[in-house]
Design a protein around this ligand. Structure first.
Ligand SMILES: [Fe+2]
Length: 386
């Protein structure tokens, strides 16, 4: 099988990379950028810090109205600004939501229509304006993926949109921008990245290139996510997490995510939980369900994380993996849906629709064990009771 690999044209990785924005824009011959970000990053001075590196001759206009779990309304507002301003590039600065908004707006402004026109299974390869991504969380990996996720406000569906058009041309990966992330956000983003690495490795679309990024990424994230949760100012841990999150993003962009992400998006759409948090809730339960589909791959995950050895059987290693992921949630104080204030009746009333939406995204079809709709409903029920 031939694997088709796609990466940003330029990746700048390391402390201070964010200050290279001016030189990167110059190298791309960009002179007028729309910077898509959020109010927190704007008010806290991060935007000014990054834009301070722009030399003369480069103009930047800030769109700071992005929302968590970007909606089609928000993307359309950003696209309107883009169309009306003679811009030659889009900078996505922030966590997954601002970066995804920037990516989606760049395509919508260039190609028109509504965001729902771009949902999977459609693949959008025709690029819009060049996209430059600057992550401020170690999580989504959106800076180097060919995906964006946007919520349809009419159907409350978190739509996966895919294609080369969504892949940034350049990414500035600067761990220093993550130092102010609070512990909860650090943990949620870290578990999102861990899920990317594990799902990329066990996916039916896995390939040796993606494996070579997924395995070190999962090892590094598992070794460091507790450290950034407990000690947010730990530069070594932050730096390790940032690189690993980007590696995990490259891994799943060139393989895929699977059942956990398929089930996580509907939870986010209906209950507005942070993406990494809903992933964390699902991770042990869905892994336990899935291990029989690829016991050798899951056993390798366990050995790479250091929770099983070569002497352990694959079955023992898979068991150790599920145990380790459960313990990680305990250590990171991941609440269950009930503790997040979700009423049981509301959850159970939506499990059938959420299962349907999960399957429609296509992600469960990449899972080592492909679930039926009733099996997904049962997994939602199991997660609530955890
Ligand atoms: Fe994710």
């Amino acid at each position: 099988m031939t694997a088709s690999i796609h990466l940003p044209r330029r990746l700048l990785i390391g402390g201070g990379a964010g200050a290279e924005l001016g030189s990167v824009l110059s190298s791309l011959e960009c002179r007028r950028a729309l910077v898509v970000t959020d109010t927190y990053l704007y008010d806290s001075g991060v935007v000014d810090r990054v834009l301070g590196s722009l030399g003369s001759g480069i103009e930047a206009v800030v769109f700071a109205d992005t929302v968590p779990d970007p909606t089609d309304d928000c993307v359309e507002a950003a696209a309107d600004v883009l169309r009306s301003g003679d811009f030659d590039c889009v900078v996505g600065l922030g966590g997954g939501s601002p970066m995804d908004t920037a990516k989606a707006a760049a395509i919508l402004a260039a190609s028109g229509g509504r965001m729902r026109d771009y949902r999977t299974p459609r693949l959008t390869d025709t690029p819009g304006l060049p996209i430059i991504a600057i992550p401020t969380t170690a999580g989504s990996g959106s800076e180097c993926t060919r995906f964006t996720v946007v919520t349809d406000t009419e159907t409350n569906d978190k739509m996966l949109c895919a294609g080369l058009a969504f892949l940034p041309v350049a990414a500035l990966v600067d761990y220093r921008l993550t130092l102010t992330m609070p512990p909860r956000l650090s943990a949620d983003a870290g578990v999102d990245a861990l899920t990317h690495a594990i799902e990329a490795y066990v996916s039916r679309r896995a390939n040796p290139f993606a494996d070579s990024l997924a395995l070190p990424a999962m090892r590094t994230i598992y070794a460091n996510v507790r450290r950034v949760y407990e000690d947010p100012d730990n530069h070594d841990a932050r730096s390790a997490m940032m690189l690993a999150a980007t590696q995990a993003g490259m891994a799943f962009s060139n393989s895929s995510v699977a059942l956990i992400h398929g089930m996580s998006r509907p939870i986010g759409a209906h209950f507005h939980l942070a993406h990494g948090l809903s992933n964390a809730m699902l991770l042990p339960v869905v892994t336990e369900f899935s291990v029989d589909g690829a016991p050798d791959r899951y056993a390798t995950c366990a050995r790479v994380l250091g929770v099983a050895s070569d002497d352990d059987s694959d079955a023992a290693a898979c068991f150790a993996l599920v145990t380790a992921l459960t313990r990680l949630n305990e250590d990171l104080e991941v609440p269950n849906p009930q503790a997040c204030g979700i009423p049981a009746a509301e959850w159970s009333a939506l499990t059938s629709l959420m299962a349907e939406q999960a399957l429609a995204s296509g992600s469960p079809a990449n899972n080592p064990r492909i679930p039926s709709a009733p099996e997904i409903e049962q997994l939602y029920t199991d997660v609530f009771a955890k």
